[in-house]
Design a protein around this ligand. Structure first.
Ligand code: NOJ
Length: 761
C-alpha cells in the first residue's frame, strides 16, 4: 500500500516536472482559447511567412496613392506584418485585402503611426500634458487621439513616450513626461488606458507602445542618441518605473530605444528585454525595434554586420523590426545554422499575433468607415483647450499684473510666436493642420475686439537676428497699456535629433524684450517651447512670465483665457527649471552628497576674492557662479490666488513595515479668487543601503477652493511606496527615520517625520 502511494506520488511529481519543462506557450494554449487560435494560425504558416510577421515596412510617400507591384507582391507572399505611415485609407484597405484574401496564411496587417499628442486635434506636447498634473485629462486626450486616428485606419500608435529626462538640452524632453518617476508613471498608465480603452478590440481603440525602452532620456550631455550610463538601481527605481506602470496598465507593445545602455545597445540588451521585460514583468505583447535600430548596432560597434545584428536582436528578444531588413535577410539562415531556433521565432510571431487578435483585426481588418469623421469635433476642441489651460505654468507675476482686465484700452501683441499656427503644434504633430490652429493673436483679438489689439511680430521668427522690426515694436509698445510678448522656440528646435547646447531664448529675443521694457509699459512674456528655457538674464525685465510649452490646436484661446482671468493657470512644472545650462543635469530628487550646500552660496563671480585660501568660500557641492538652486523647482507654478497650509498630521509617528500611514493637511484659499492648488506629498528616507534622494514625490491632489474655503487633504502612504533597490538588487523598504512634506513644490512645505521600526509590538 505504502509503495503504491509513493509510486502515485512519484508519477504526480514527474508529470508536474514535465509540465514545467514544456514551453510556457504550450501550457498557455491548453488553457487559453486565444492561445489556441494563435497556434492554429501559426500552424498554417511557413517559415518565410513567420519571418514576414516580424517585418514592419514603410510605404514611400510616392507610393501613397498608388501601390507599386513590388509592395503588393510582398504582402501577397506574407513578407510584411505591419506598415507604418500609410495614410491613404483606400490604399490601406487594398493592402489589407491582399493580406487577408490573397496571402497564404491570411494574417491581417497592422498599421502604425506616431500619434503622440493628438491626431487632427493636437493637444499640448507631452511635457505640457505632464504639466497638467492631471492623469484623467491625459487619458481623455489619448482616447480622443485614438478615436480620431482609428477613423483613418490606424490601430497602433508609437506612444506613450515615457522616457524620464533630467536634461533640458535633450530635444526629446518635449515628448517626455518630465523628470519624476511617480508623475511619469501616472501619466504612462493614463495614456495607455486612453489609447487602448476598455477593450482593445473596440474600433475606437489603438494599441499603445511604451517607448523608448530604456534609458534614452539619459543621453549623455543631452545630445540625442548618445550613450546612457545608469547604474542598475537607478535604472530600476527611476527610469523603468513608468515602463512598469505602462505594462501594469496593459500596454500592448514596447519600442526599444536607439541608445546603448551601460555599453550594450538597447536593441541587443538581454537584461532589458529578457530578464526584466519577459522574466520579471511577464510581458506578453510584442517588442518593436526603433527605426533601423537593429542594424545601427553595427555603427555602435556592437555587431560586425547585418547578420550579426539580426542574431543579437532576435536572441535578445526584439520581435518586430521597424524599417530595417536584417530579420528578413538573415533569420532564415540563422535558423538553418542553429544560431536561432524556429521555436524562438514562433514565440516572436505568437507575441505579434496575440496583439493582432486582441485588436480584433482578424474579425475587422478594414478601415471603419461606419463612423462619421469625428476629428476636430467641438468636444475634442474643448478638451484640447482645457488641457492647454491646465498645462500653462505661471512662473512670475510681479504686483499681480495677471490676470489682465478687460478694461485695458490697448494691448501690444509682439513676438515671433504670437501668430505661428504651425509652430505652436510642437514636435510630432504629423496630422495636425495649421489651418485648424487658433493662435494667441486671433484669440486675443476675439476676446478684446480687434481695435484694442496692436500687433507687430518684431522678429520674423525666433532666431531672426535682424533688428528691422524693433522700432515698430517699440512704437506699438509705447501706445499700449501692456505688452504681451510671445517668444520661445519653433517646433523644429526640439524633438528627435534636435538637442540644443544653449537653451536660452534663441536669437535676439532678449534684446527686443529689453527694448520693450524701456518703454515703461509692463511686459508679460509667454514662452512657447519644447523645453525649459533659461531666463536668468532677462527675468528682471519681465513683469509676468508664463510657460505655454507648445500648446497645440487650441493654444491661443487657452492662453487668452488665462491672461484675461477666465481661467486660472493650471500647470505645475514637471521638470526642474535651471538658471543656467551649466547646472544641467539638475533635478529635485538627487542624493544629498557628503557635502551638501546648506544655504544658497552663490556669489557673482566678479566678487569672488583673490589671494584667499581655498576653503574661504565653503567646501560644499555648488557652482561658484551659479550656486546650486534652480530658477524654479519641480512642482512650481503660481496661481491667481493664495493658499495656506496648516495642521500637518500623521496618523502615527512610529509604524511597522506592515502599517499604513495617513498624512493630512488643511489647505485654505486665502486670496480673493477661486483657485486650484496642487497639493504635493514628498518623502525622504534618511539612511539607506544605497544613498536616497533628498525628496521623492509620493502623491498629489488637485484641490479647487473658493475664496475663504478650506479643506482637509488626506494622503495614504503604504510602506511599499518607500521601497527601492538595495545593493543586492532587492526591492525593499528599510526601517528607519523618514521626513514627510506637504506643500506646493519640491522646495517648500510643512515638514513632519515618522519612524519605521519593525521591532515594535
Ligand atoms: C524614430 C523615433 O525614435 C520613434 O520615437 C518613432 O516612433 C519612430 N521613429 C517611428 O516614426
Amino acid at each position: 500500500m505504502k509503495s503504491t502511494i509513493s509510486y502515485i506520488l512519484l508519477l504526480f511529481f514527474i508529470s508536474l516536472l514535465l509540465m514545467q519543462c514544456r514551453p510556457s506557450s504550450d501550457r498557455k494554449s491548453e488553457i487559453d482559447p486565444l492561445e489556441r487560435k494563435i497556434d492554429s494560425v501559426l500552424a498554417r504558416m511557413g517559415l518565410e511567412e513567420k519571418i514576414g510577421q516580424t517585418a514592419q515596412r514603410r510605404v514611400l510617400s510616392l507610393e501613397n496613392d498608388l501601390i507599386i507591384e513590388e509592395t503588393r507582391e510582398a504582402v501577397r507572399k506574407g513578407e510584411v506584418g505591419s506598415f507604418l505611415n500609410v495614410m491613404n485609407t483606400d490604399m490601406m484597405d487594398e493592402l489589407q485585402r491582399i493580406a487577408v484574401e490573397e496571402s497564404h496564411s491570411g494574417v491581417p496587417l497592422l498599421f502604425g503611426r506616431d500619434v503622440i499628442h493628438g491626431f487632427r486635434t493636437v493637444f499640448p506636447i507631452p511635457l505640457g500634458l505632464a504639466a497638467t498634473w492631471d492623469p484623467g485629462l491625459v487619458e481623455e486626450s489619448a482616447a480622443i487621439a485614438a478615436q480620431e486616428a482609428t477613423t483613418n485606419g490606424i490601430r497602433w500608435t508609437f506612444a506613450p513616450m515615457i522616457d524620464i529626462s533630467r536634461d533640458a538640452r535633450w530635444g526629446r524632453i518635449a515628448e517626455s513626461p518630465g523628470e519624476d518617476p511617480y508623475l511619469a508613471s501616472l501619466m504612462a498608465g493614463a495614456y495607455v488606458k486612453g489609447f487602448q480603452g476598455e477593450n482593445l478590440s473596440s474600433r475606437t481603440s489603438i494599441a499603445a507602445c511604451a517607448k523608448h525602452y530604456a534609458g534614452y532620456g539619459a543621453a549623455e550631455g543631452g545630445r540625442d542618441y548618445n550613450s546612457a550610463i545608469i547604474y542598475e538601481q537607478l535604472l530600476r527605481d527611476i527610469y523603468l518605473a513608468p515602463f512598469k506602470a505602462a505594462k501594469d496598465a496593459g500596454v500592448s507593445t514596447f519600442m526599444i530605444s536607439f541608445n546603448d545602455l551601460n555599453g550594450v545597445p538597447a536593441s541587443g540588451n538581454r537584461l532589458l528585454l529578457k530578464t526584466i521585460l519577459r522574466d520579471e514583468w511577464d510581458f506578453d505583447g510584442f517588442v518593436v525595434s526603433d527605426w533601423e535600430s537593429i542594424t545601427e548596432m553595427i555603427d555602435h560597434g556592437f555587431c560586425t554586420d547585418e547578420r550579426d545584428a539580426a542574431d543579437k536582436a532576435a536572441n535578445a528578444g526584439v520581435d518586430m523590426e521597424m524599417v530595417g531588413r536584417s530579420y528578413e535577410n538573415h533569420l532564415g539562415e540563422l535558423i538553418q545554422e542553429g544560431r536561432f531556433s524556429e521555436s524562438q521565432l514562433d514565440n516572436m510571431v505568437r507575441n505579434i499575433l496575440r496583439i493582432k487578435f486582441r485588436l480584433g483585426l482578424f474579425e475587422n481588418p478594414y478601415v471603419d468607415r461606419s463612423r462619421d469623421k469625428v476629428v476636430l469635433s467641438d468636444t475634442h476642441l474643448a478638451t484640447a483647450r482645457k488641457s492647454a489651460i491646465q498645462s500653462l505654468v505661471l512662473l512670475k507675476n510681479k504686483n499681480n499684473l495677471l490676470p489682465l482686465s478687460d478694461g485695458l484700452k490697448k494691448v501690444a501683441v509682439i513676438g515671433p510666436m504670437a501668430d505661428a499656427p504651425y509652430e505652436q503644434l510642437g514636435t510630432w504633430s504629423f496630422d495636425g493642420d495649421r489651418k485648424d490652429t487658433r493662435t494667441p493673436l486671433h484669440a486675443i483679438r476675439e476676446h478684446l475686439g480687434k481695435e484694442k489689439v496692436l500687433y507687430t511680430p518684431g522678429l520674423a521668427f525666433s532666431r531672426d537676428r535682424s533688428m528691422v522690426g524693433y522700432s515698430q515694436a517699440v512704437s506699438v509698445a509705447k501706445q499700449a497699456d501692456v505688452i504681451l510678448f510671445f517668444g520661445g522656440e519653433e517646433a523644429i528646435l526640439s524633438g528627435e535629433a534636435h538637442s540644443r547646447a544653449d537653451i536660452s531664448l534663441p536669437g535676439v529675443q532678449e534684446d527686443l524684450i529689453r527694448e520693450l521694457k524701456k518703454t515703461g509699459t509692463p511686459v508679460v512674456t509667454v514662452i512657447m517651447a519644447g523645453r525649459p528655457i533659461t531666463v536668468n538674464d532677462i527675468i528682471d525685465d519681465i513683469d509676468a512670465l508664463m510657460m505655454a510649452w507648445h500648446p497645440g490646436t487650441m493654444g491661443g484661446p487657452a492662453i487668452a483665457d488665462v491672461l484675461f482671468g477666465e481661467a486660472e493657470p493650471g500647470g505645475r512644472l514637471p521638470v526642474t527649471w535651471p538658471c543656467v545650462v551649466g547646472q544641467i543635469p539638475i533635478y529635485y530628487n538627487h542624493p544629498n552628497t557628503g557635502r551638501p550646500p546648506l544655504n544658497e552660496t552663490f556669489i557673482p563671480i566678479e566678487e569672488i576674492p583673490i589671494g584667499v585660501g581655498q576653503s574661504s568660500l565653503g567646501n560644499t557641492s555648488h557652482y561658484l557662479d551659479a550656486g546650486y538652486l534652480p530658477h524654479f523647482p519641480f512642482g512650481y507654478g503660481l496661481t491667481y490666488t493664495t493658499f495656506d497650509y496648516r495642521n500637518l498630521k500623521l496618523s502615527d509617528t512610529l509604524i511597522t513595515l506592515k502599517d499604513t500611514l495617513r498624512v493630512s493637511v488643511t489647505v485654505s484659499n486665502t486670496g480673493s479668487r477661486e483657485g486650484t492648488e496642487v497639493v504635493q506629498l514628498y518623502v525622504r528616507d534618511h539612511v539607506g543601503d544605497i544613498v536616497r534622494p533628498v525628496r521623492e514625490l509620493k502623491g498629489f491632489q488637485r484641490v479647487f477652493l473658493q475664496p475663504g474655503e478650506k479643506k482637509k487633504i488626506c494622503f495614504v502612504l503604504h510602506t511599499d511606496d518607500l521601497a527601492f533597490h538595495n545593493q543586492d538588487m532587492e526591492h525593499v523598504t528599510e526601517p528607519g527615520i523618514f521626513s514627510v512634506w506637504t506643500g506646493r513644490n519640491a522646495h517648500e512645505g510643512l515638514e513632519g517625520s515618522f519612524t519605521i521600526d519593525n521591532d515594535i509590538k
